[in-house]
Design a protein around this ligand. Structure first.
Ligand SMILES: Nc1ncnc2c1ncn2[C@@H]1O[C@H](COP(=O)(O)OP(=O)(O)O)[C@@H](O)[C@H]1O
Ligand SMILES: [Mg+2]
Length: 275
């Protein structure tokens, strides 16, 4: 019998450097996947500088903090972004104990999350920048990772550092790279090729290119209007690139369907990996 608790695939969206477009990509990929008929949960895991709520123009009632400190039902913390299965789990900003979650709290969080994410197809985690312990753990626990870089040399080296630490501390080997704010697709591909060469040579890793998203002033307008870019202007340059990227994510999930079908009972889309 088909078991709809078995189908979620989790993706974390990470970067070495801040301000590279993680939050906007998370939101718009979620939007595109939902428009494509999938159920999507978007989780704000930037425990230091949560701002998905700002991009959406929402003031959430409850946040991840309530989930961890009170006996709150996770379903009561979820905020629908669109009807029919595009939901948002808000985070709290600037709460020091959340920035560096201890293991007990993390365990509690994963138990609570695993209880509600079964009905979704995609779980997207928008993480904070950098290589804090919490970011690394969250990212190691998702099934797929999107590492966001920009063509700037500093973003490339920070992306490399992120991949290196994830690999050495958590044994993660598979990474998909998105080059955001590229002048054009050729520049995006060149940036990826440089990062790929470094990862291959120094880490022995064959990272994958998920795609490039072009620099586009329309995205800045969408941020100012607090509306997802793909809702406001789906056919602008960045919008089209993000749609392509969403197709890539769908393929990544499709590739996992045979293995998902074998899962028994409740799925464990987030695994509590030991350090
Ligand atoms: N493709 C793009 N084109 C133009 N500006 C972009 C693009 N991606 C991101 N930005 C700009 O970068 C800012 C930071 O993006 P954000 O998603 O908040 O980054 P992060 O979550 O990585 O800190 C946005 O508010 C926007 O001004
Ligand atoms: Mg962000």
């Amino acid at each position: 019998m088909a078991n709809n608790t078995n189908k979620v695939v989790s993706f974390s969206i990470v970067s070495g450097k801040g301000g590279v477009g993680k939050t906007n990509l998370a939101l718009n990929l979620g939007y595109a996947l939902h428009r494509g008929g999938h159920k999507v949960m978007l989780m704000d895991c930037d425990l230091g500088l949560a701002n998905l709520d700002v991009l959406l123009g929402l003031t959430p009632d409850k946040t991840l903090q309530d989930l961890l400190t009170q006996d709150v039902d996770p379903a009561d913390v979820l905020v629908p972004i669109e009807k029919g299965g595009f939901d948002f789990l808000p985070s709290a900003s600037g709460v020091p104990e959340l920035i560096d979650l201890d293991e007990d709290l993390q365990g509690l969080l994963f138990d609570k999350l695993n209880a509600i994410i079964g009905g979704y197809d995609f779980l997207l985690l928008d993480l904070g920048a950098g290589i804090s312990r919490t970011v690394l753990r969250f990212s190691a626990m998702t099934q797929e990772r999107l590492v966001i870089i920009t063509p700037e040399p500093t973003s490339l080296t920070d992306g490399y550092a992120m991949i290196k630490v994830m690999n050495s501390q958590h044994g993660v080997k598979d990474f998909h790279v998105v080059v955001n704010m590229a002048t054009d697709h050729a520049e995006g591909k060149r940036s990826f090729t440089r990062l790929h060469a470094a990862c291959e040579r120094f880490l022995g890793l064959d990272i994958k290119f998920a795609g490039a998203v072009r620099q586009d002033p329309t995205l800045v307008k969408a941020v100012i209007k607090q509306v997802p870019l793909l809702k406001m202007a789906p056919s602008c340059d960045a919008g089209r690139d993000i749609l392509q990227l969403a197709v890539r994510l769908k393929r990544m999930r499709d590739a996992r369907l045979p293995e998902l079908a074998k899962r028994e009972g409740l799925t464990q889309p987030l695994e509590n990996i030991q350090e």
